[in-house]
Design a binder for this molecule. Structure first.
Ligand SMILES: [Zn+2]
Length: 100
């Protein structure tokens, strides 16, 4: 197994793919919790906030292990869903961005 697929496996088995759903708007934010960091992504738009994705993109790669984990977790139903209210949306976003 490659290093990336090992990482994908452990992210999924430890349920570190999180889907944050905001009610009632149904806005969704996906994150993957890593070691001391949390990256957010858009699996439908193939975007991830991690440096690996950014630098990979410069080299013509369109994915990273966070995105791979998210797609796989979604397929296998291993996603941890957390429901928030829309009032919490902006606080949630600024918390996420200040962590980066
Ligand atoms: Zn990533």
């Amino acid at each position: 197994m490659t290093k990336d697929s090992e990482r994908v496996q452990s992210i999924i088995s430890e349920k570190r793919v999180k889907l944050h759903v905001f009610e009632p708007s149904q806005r969704k934010i996906w994150t993957v919790v890593g070691l001391g960091e949390e990256h957010w992504m858009d699996p439908d738009d193939s975007y991830c906030s991690c440096p690996g994705f950014y630098f990979g993109k410069l080299n013509g790669k369109t994915t990273c292990y966070h995105l791979e984990s998210t797609c796989l977790a979604r397929k296998d139903n291993q996603v941890e869903t957390i429901v928030f209210s829309d009032d919490e949306f902006s606080d949630f976003l600024s918390g996420l961005i200040s962590d980066l």
